[in-house]
Write a protein that binds this ligand. Structure first.
Ligand SMILES: Cc1cc2nc3c(=O)[nH]c(=O)nc-3n(C[C@H](O)[C@H](O)[C@H](O)COP(=O)(O)OP(=O)(O)OC[C@H]3O[C@@H](n4cnc5c(N)ncnc54)[C@H](O)[C@@H]3O)c2cc1C
Length: 550
């Protein structure tokens, strides 16, 4: 029955102060992170998730009877170690095992290149192709890791406030200066190149072997709009070298035991442990704004819920173009939000297999962990072509496919003898030029399978079940507007103080009391917990300030 909820107490129309302190719209991993920190700070916190399960794009779901898979995100790489520690996620069941190798690419010429955690070990593999490239790999690895260390602190704090003036402006300048203390002139040049340059140019400058260049491309342009020859695509190199995992290792890639949903289950359990309330099957229809201030939300069933602060984990378009009355937004803001680039360009195909994929190029002595992942990307040039095809609205004949046979390292997902292979796919259009995604879903699944068969011929005959998630499915099922996995492309013009839109990059929004806490805010997408962590800090500060003023 619709009513007014005021924070655990009797239902009544009431003063805002009687409600929750924080109402979080969406129980993705960032919403849960924010909720856990709010509750830990003693604030009455409620999470409202539209689906029947929490986790957003970080979930484990049954894809066939008795078989579970990380249906969307599938590798934990950038989950902030501070979040893991503060929320004691290990005590709530989170267990990750490093991917070793972190990535590997089989090539049409029968070569296979793994990227091991130890740079020297990867260099030894590259040595077979080019001694010069092996040396260049180790040198570039050192340079990249050093640069990533400068960027890393910006992840768990708001982006630089370029609008700050006077004393505040000086403080901001000091903060940025401290973060970049010790940076040399050469490193500044490198940083600008990595943040703005094209990956192809960078690789052409350092390497001669096409296979080595392709290995880098395979590691660094995930989910981004833009083929490797486009400016801004070198950025991924730095993002992937941020530290991650319990031990804060740089460039960490981890399998999560129980699938990615184990992260969000642990987060939900931690949040509840601190006193947060979490409701699933509770879609929010509107964020209620009175006198320019967010006062709570109204659910689709008409229930009104009061809150002193509303944190939206939904993406910026869904939040501002879908949940907030446009009359409450300043002129031009809606247009800025509508202009955020986020159409596609990824899909996911998840398979249940009766036998393990046998990749022809895999060495005979490869252990199950090594056999657990392979990326199908024949060349860097292929990536460019694939992108251009998708941008014309077509589904490329052959796709860039990242395969993870999670059951090789995690026996909890499927009965013995059954295998789970998840396949991240790019590039695909958000809007097909012909027909609809509902009509073309099977075509996509068939093309992914045909591509895999070229490298692992036993796979088509082993398929027991498959789930194809097109960009439209990512939008409809997981609430990702335009199917964008990052709530907005990770391009330099949409990052740092430009995310989600210039002028509103520090979690607060033009509506007082309304905050963004998801991947659409700084520092962006991926399972990091960082936007949720940062937003919670801002909200806690603001609520204390409001509390003192009352
Ligand atoms: C196919 C795919 C593969 C990926 N692979 C990886 C990977 O391997 N590693 C990695 O680090 N990242 C990966 N990502 C990216 C990463 O998963 C996301 O960027 C991240 O999970 C976003 O988290 P979030 O909490 O900010 O938002 P979301 O996970 O999108 O959560 C938002 C939540 O809000 C809910 N919601 C929206 N509107 C409402 C409403 N009106 N009322 C109530 N609830 C609402 C949604 O249902 C959802 O649960 C992948 C993503 C996808 C889709």
């Amino acid at each position: 029955m619709p009513g007014i909820l005021t924070g655990g107490g009797p239902e009544r129309r009431g003063d805002v102060s009687e409600g929750y302190d924080g109402v979080v719209v969406g129980g993705g991993h960032n919403g849960l992170t924010a909720a856990a920190y709010l509750a830990r700070a003693g604030l009455r916190t409620l999470v409202l998730e539209r689906r029947e399960i929490v986790g957003g794009a970080c979930v484990t779901e049954e894809i066939a009877p008795g078989v579970r898979a990380s249906t969307t995100s599938y590798i934990a790489s950038m989950l902030r170690p501070e979040v893991i520690r503060d929320l004691r996620l290990a005590d709530h069941g989170l267990r990750m095992v490093p991917c070793e190798p972190g990535l590997q690419v089989p090539f049409p010429d029968g070569e296979i290149l793994p990227w091991w955690t130890e740079p020297e070990r990867t260099a030894a593999e590259i040595e077979r192709l080019s001694a010069a490239d092996a040396r260049a790999f180790v040198e570039l690895d050192v340079r990249l890791k050093r640069l990533a260390r400068y960027l890393q602190p910006f992840f768990l704090e708001p982006p630089p406030d370029v609008g700050a003036r006077g004393l505040r402006g000086l403080r901001e300048l000091g903060r940025v200066g401290r973060r970049l203390r010790g940076i040399t002139g050469d490193e500044v040049g490198d940083l600008v190149r990595f943040l703005t340059g094209s990956l192809r140019e960078l690789l052409d400058r350092h390497f001669e072997s096409e296979n080595v260049k392709t290995l880098f491309v395979a590691n660094n342009v995930y989910g981004m709009h833009g083929a490797p020859s486009r400016p801004g695509t070198a950025l991924g190199l730095l993002f992937h070298l941020l530290s991650g995992g319990q031990d804060e290792s740089q460039g960490f890639f981890g399998h999560v035991i129980g699938g990615m949903g184990a992260i969000t289950e642990a987060m939900a359990s931690a949040a509840r442990g601190f006193g947060a309330e979490i409701r699933t099957g509770a879609p929010v229809a509107a964020i209620d704004v009175v006198d320019g201030r967010a006062r709570g939300v109204t659910l689709e069933d008409g229930t009104e819920i009061r809150g002193r602060a509303v944190l939206s984990n939904a993406d910026p378009k869904r939040t501002f173009l879908g949940l907030v009355d446009k009359r409450e937004l300043p002129e031009g803001f809606g247009a800025d939000v509508a202009a955020i680039r986020m159409d596609g360009p990824c899909a996911k195909v998840n398979f249940v297999l009766a036998e393990e994929p046998r990749v022809s190029a895999m060495p005979a002595d490869a252990d199950p962990a090594r056999r657990a992942l392979f990326t199908l990307l024949p060349s860097a040039e292929f990536a460019d072509r694939c992108y251009e095809t998708a941008m014309r609205g077509e589904i490329p004949e052959r796709l860039w496919v990242d395969c993870v046979v999670a059951s090789n390292v995690d026996p909890t997902l499927a009965p013995t003898g059954t295998h789970v292979m998840t396949c991240f796919v790019q590039y695909v259009p958000y809007r097909p030029a012909e027909g609809t995604w509902d009509q073309r879903r099977d075509l996509l699944g068939d093309r992914v399978l045909a591509g895999i068969a070229e490298y692992a011929p036993n796979v088509p005959g082993a398929v027991v079940a498959r789930q194809v998630l097109t960009p439209l499915d990512l939008e409809r099922t997981y609430g990702l507007t335009e199917g964008n996995i990052f709530h907005g492309d990770l391009s330099i013009d949409q990052l740092f103080f430009m995310r989600p839109v210039p002028g509103w990059a520090r979690y607060r929004t033009p509506v007082d009391g309304l905050y963004l806490c998801g991947a659409g805010a700084h520092p962006g997408g991926g399972v990091t917990g960082a936007p949720g962590f940062n937003a919670a800090r801002v909200v806690i500060g603001d609520l204390r300030w409001w509390g003192r003023r009352r």
